[in-house]
Design a protein around this ligand. Structure first.
Ligand SMILES: Cc1ncc(COP(=O)(O)O)c(C=O)c1O
Length: 399
C-alpha cells in the first residue's frame, strides 16, 4: 500500500536552512529590467587557451571515467603550483583530491571529520555553506562575530572565549566572501597559534586566492605546525571563470584524506573528464590571458565601492580581495531583507541581504562585481536614486 506512505528524511538534512539568497531569487521571478549587483556568478568567459583545449577534447567524443581522485597529471601539476605559489607541500598521491568544485570538498571534509555534537567555529558573517555543512553533519556551528570597526578581522580573544572542550574546527575563507577583506599574516599567525594550542582542525577556503588587491598573506597551512591540521580548499570556478566546470580540490593530511577520498567515491565516483581537461589547461594558461581578468574585477570593485559609499549614510570597509563589498545599510532603518525586497520592487535593483551570511550580517548588503560595468553602473545609479527618494519621503513624513 502506498497511500499515506511517509519517507522519513534525516533531521540533520531537514535542518539545513533554505537561505535568504533563495528568497531574493524567488522575489525576482517574472520581473524584467533588473540591475543585479548581488550575483557572485562572474560574467566573463573562460580564457581562450582553456576553451581551445576543452573543444579539442570534446572533438574526440571520448569522455571516460577517470582516476577516482583526479587525473594523476592534474594532481601532480596542482602540487607544483601549490608549492610555488603558496609554499604548501602536497603529496599528489595521498594528500590531494580533485572535487566537484570546492563545494563538494567542503562537504566531504566536514562530513568526514565532524562528529554529532562537535562545535565548529565560524568567524561571522561567514560563507553560508560552512554553516549548512555543519548542520548537515549534526555538529554545531558556533558563530563568533567579526567587528566592522576593526576591518572585519577576527578578535583572537573573542575566538578563544568561544572555544569549549567540544570545539573541533575553525572554518573561514581568505580572501573573505562576503566581507571582501583579506586577513593579513599577523592574524593568520595568531589563528595558527590558537588552533595549535586548542587542538583545532583548520579549514581554509582560498577560492579567491587570485583576486587580491593588497599584500598577499601566507596560506595558513604553510605556517609552522599547521600542515598536519589544515585542509586547504582551492578551485578554478572564479580564477578561470570555470564555474560550470565544477572543478575544485582539497589538500589535507594523508590519514583523514584516505577517508575523504573514499567518501568522494560514494558522492561523485570521479571528477568530470572535461572539467579536468579544463583544469589542466588552466594551470598552463598564459598569464596574459588571466591578468586582464583579475584587473577588470579589481577595477569594478573600486567602482562599486566608490559608487555605494557616495550614497549618504552608507559606510563600508574598503575591499581588498574577492568580488565583494559588505556595506552597512542600517541608515535606512529597516531589515536588510525588507530593504532588498523594496529595492527590487521600487528601483529594479537586486542586492543580497547580509543575513544570507548569518545573523551578524544584519544591517548590511553583500554586493558583487560579477555583472558588466554598464549593469553595475545602472545598479549603483538606481540605488542612489532610491536613497534620495527614500530621504525625501522621510522628510515629507516628518514635515
Ligand atoms: C567562499 C566560497 N567558497 C566556495 C564557493 C563555491 O566554489 P565552487 O564553485 O568551487 O564549488 C564559493 C562560490 O561562490 C565561494 O564564494
Amino acid at each position: 500500500m502506498t497511500a499515506g506512505f511517509h519517507i522519513r528524511t534525516h533531521p540533520d538534512v531537514r535542518n539545513i536552512p533554505y537561505g535568504d539568497r533563495k528568497r531574493i531569487i524567488d522575489a525576482t521571478r517574472g520581473k524584467t529590467d533588473l540591475a543585479n549587483i548581488a550575483s557572485g556568478n562572474p560574467d566573463l568567459p573562460m580564457p581562450p587557451f582553456v576553451v581551445e583545449r576543452v573543444a579539442a577534447a570534446l572533438g574526440s567524443g571520448y569522455v571516460p571515467y577517470t582516476s577516482y581522485y583526479g587525473f594523476p597529471e592534474l594532481r601532480a601539476k596542482l602540487a607544483q603550483a601549490l608549492l610555488a605559489e603558496r609554499h604548501l607541500l602536497a603529496d599528489p598521491e595521498t594528500e590531494l583530491l580533485v572535487t566537484l568544485g570546492i563545494q563538494e570538498g567542503l562537504y566531504l571534509v566536514m562530513r568526514a571529520i565532524l562528529h554529532p555534537g562537535d562545535e565548529v567555529l565560524l568567524p561571522s558573517p561567514h560563507y553560508a555553506e560552512y554553516f549548512l555543512n555543519a548542520v548537515a553533519t549534526g555538529s554545531t556551528p558556533v558563530l563568533v562575530p567579526l567587528d566592522e570597526k576593526s576591518g572585519w578581522v577576527p578578535d583572537i580573544d573573542r575566538l578563544r572565549k568561544a572555544i569549549t572542550p567540544r570545539t573541533r574546527a575553525l572554518v573561514f575563507s581568505n580572501p573573505n566572501n562576503p566581507l571582501g577583506v583579506v586577513w593579513p599574516r599577523a592574524i593568520l599567525e595568531e589563528l595558527a597559534e590558537l588552533a595549535i594550542a586548542h587542538d583545532l582542525v583548520v579549514l581554509v577556503d582560498e577560492i579567491y586566492h587570485d583576486f587580491m588587491y593588497t599584500e598577499r598573506p601566507p596560506s595558513i597551512g604553510s605556517l609552522p605546525g599547521m600542515k598536519e591540521r589544515t585542509f586547504t580548499f582551492g578551485g578554478f570556478s572564479k580564477s578561470h571563470m570555470m564555474m560550470g566546470m565544477r572543478m575544485g580540490y582539497v589538500l589535507g593530511p594523508a590519514e583523514p584524506m584516505f577517508f575523504v577520498k573514499n567518501l568522494h567515491y560514494c558522492v561523485a565516483l570521479c571528477p568530470p573528464y572535461l572539467g579536468q581537461v579544463a583544469a589542466l589547461a588552466a594551470l598552463d594558461c598564459p598569464r596574459e590571458q588571466l591578468a586582464p581578468i583579475y584587473q577588470e574585477y579589481g577595477e569594478r570593485l573600486e567602482m562599486l565601492y566608490n559608487g555605494i559609499t557616495a550614497i549618504p549614510g552608507i559606510t563600508c570597509v574598503r575591499p581588498q580581495g574577492s568580488f565583494y563589498i559588505f556595506p552597512d545599510i542600517s541608515c535606512f532603518g529597516m531589515s536588510a531583507m525588507d530593504l532588498a525586497l523594496d529595492l527590487i520592487d521600487r528601483a529594479g535593483v537586486v542586492t543580497l541581504p547580509g543575513t544570507e551570511f548569518g545573523p551578524y550580517g544584519e544591517g548590511h548588503f553583500r554586493l558583487a562585481v560579477c555583472t558588466p560595468r554598464t549593469e553595475l553602473a545602472k545598479g549603483i545609479e538606481r540605488f542612489a536614486q532610491y536613497a534620495s527618494d527614500f530621504a525625501r519621503r522621510k522628510e515629507d513624513r516628518q514635515s
